[in-house]
Design a binder for this molecule. Structure first.
Ligand SMILES: [Fe+2]
Length: 249
């Protein structure tokens, strides 16, 4: 199984003022304690708040050189688990930055406990942004049953920060049978879409889904950052309309 990385990895890549991404190493899906032969790329989004504190969305595997780079950029303060599947490295970052606060997504504590991962979540994410970052970042909960996640919007750069809500995998970066699988499930770049696992829950949670869509449209994002696959750095409005429908719906 071959999969290529978004190199260079473990390096901060600016997208706009005070926001950038760090591509990480490959990881493997573990189901019921079994590592599946499905490597996927990882990505963390870093926002520098107006008070100089850093918001680390979905922290990737800890790396000392990267930690030093971030220390020069701001004060690592918030470690975000946007959904119950993205949390595995928060404990490593907490060890290096004991002053940082880890923010929990629904069910993530149980999941971490079941996997015996040491991580202490001091706070819970909520439908509205906390006072700690609401000047710079808005948020809401995107429904999707088991896969629901908190989504964020960096106000100054108009960047929508998603985790698994949209998957946009570049087929030439993966091998078969996954290449065919991402195409068949509508998750292949450049026309990636809603993560297939969320689609039925979204039908069953129409009101919550509609509220989230209205929120996304109201933000008018200019850029969409994803945790897996290629981000949408231009024409975000067209992508949002294609995936979430028109704003008047
Ligand atoms: Fe993911």
């Amino acid at each position: 199984m071959v999969s290529s990385l978004y190199e260079p990895i473990n390096v901060y890549k600016p997208l706009a003022a005070d926001i950038g991404i760090v591509d990480g190493p490959l990881e493997y899906l573990i189901v019921g304690g079994v590592k599946l032969p499905l490597p996927f790329t990882t990505r963390m989004t870093v926002v520098r708040l107006s008070n100089g504190e850093l918001f680390l969305h979905s922290p990737i595997k800890f790396d000392e050189r990267l930690a030093k780079e971030l220390r020069d950029f701001g004060t690592v303060r918030h470690l975000i688990s946007p959904n119950q599947f993205h949390y595995a490295h928060i404990g490593e970052w907490q060890k290096a930055f004991p002053e940082a606060t880890a923010w929990a997504s629904p069910r993530v504590r149980q999941r971490a406990r079941a996997r015996r991962l040491e991580v202490h979540f001091a706070r819970d994410l909520d439908l509205a942004p906390p006072q700690e970052w609401r000047r710079d970042i808005d948020q809401t909960l995107f429904p999707g049953g088991y896969f629901k996640e908190f989504i964020f919007f960096h106000l100054p750069s108009k960047t929508l920060i998603l985790t698994d809500t949209i998957i946009n995998i570049e087929p030439d970066k993966i091998s078969e049978p996954w290449r065919t699988a991402v195409r068949l499930t509508g998750m292949a770049a450049p026309r990636g879409g809603i993560f297939f696992g969320m689609r039925i829950p979204l039908i069953l949670q129409q009101r919550a889904a509609q509220a989230a869509r209205i929120k996304i449209h109201s933000w008018r994002p200019q850029r969409i950052v994803l945790s897996h696959g290629r981000c949408f750095e231009t024409d975000a409005d067209r992508t949002i309309e294609r995936i979430f429908g028109r704003s008047s719906l």
